[in-house]
Design a protein. Structure first.
Length: 172
């Protein structure tokens, strides 16, 4: 099986977004990721460690995420692993909660201790998946007339459905 060129965290985020967007996800729907079942199972284990509840329904032969609320991450002995899980959870929350406009304001309220550079890195990771999170300075795009005082720019997010994200990352 030929592997796609996704990073580990991107692959896990695509999988999480599929689970978030769909009632259930079967192995056939995961086929475009071009990874073996063992890798997908490890990725699902990471999503569980990051606080999501995911079950495999043997009758339907599909993964199901009944609750969209993420639990607190358990303390890890390996601090690097714990930081990585916190980053994964942050990105999972961004996929789940971030509004279309004023993404930066949402991010600063949700993660007050994180730096602006961390926010930019997180937005860049989501952009790799096909989301468009960019800083908009154009007054007409923001809905302001030329006569009004100049507002600050804002981060804008473009929403995509899960299969569009899956197609985008697997075709690149």
């Amino acid at each position: 099986m030929k592997k796609s060129k996704l990073s580990k965290i991107s692959r896990i985020l695509v999988l999480y977004y599929l689970l978030l967007d769909c009632q259930e996800v079967t192995w056939e729907e995961l086929e475009p990721l071009k990874h073996c079942k063992k890798t997908i199972q490890r990725d699902i284990a990471f999503i569980r460690q990051a606080g999501a509840e995911i079950y495999f329904n043997k009758v339907r032969k599909a993964y199901i995420m009944p609750c969209k609320t993420l639990k607190e991450i358990e303390k890890q002995e390996n601090k690097a692993q714990e930081r990585w899980l916190h980053r994964l959870q942050r990105l999972m929350l961004a996929l789940q909660e971030m509004p279309e406009e004023d993404c930066d304001i949402w991010y600063k309220k949700r993660f007050p201790l994180k730096s602006k550079r961390t926010m930019q890195r997180d937005f860049a990771e989501l952009n790799k998946l096909g989301f468009e999170i960019h800083y908009e300075r154009d007054l007409l795009t923001l809905g302001y007339d030329e006569d009004e005082p100049h507002p600050r720019g804002q981060y804008i997010r473009c929403y995509l459905d899960a299969f569009t994200v899956l197609d985008a990352v697997c075709s690149s």
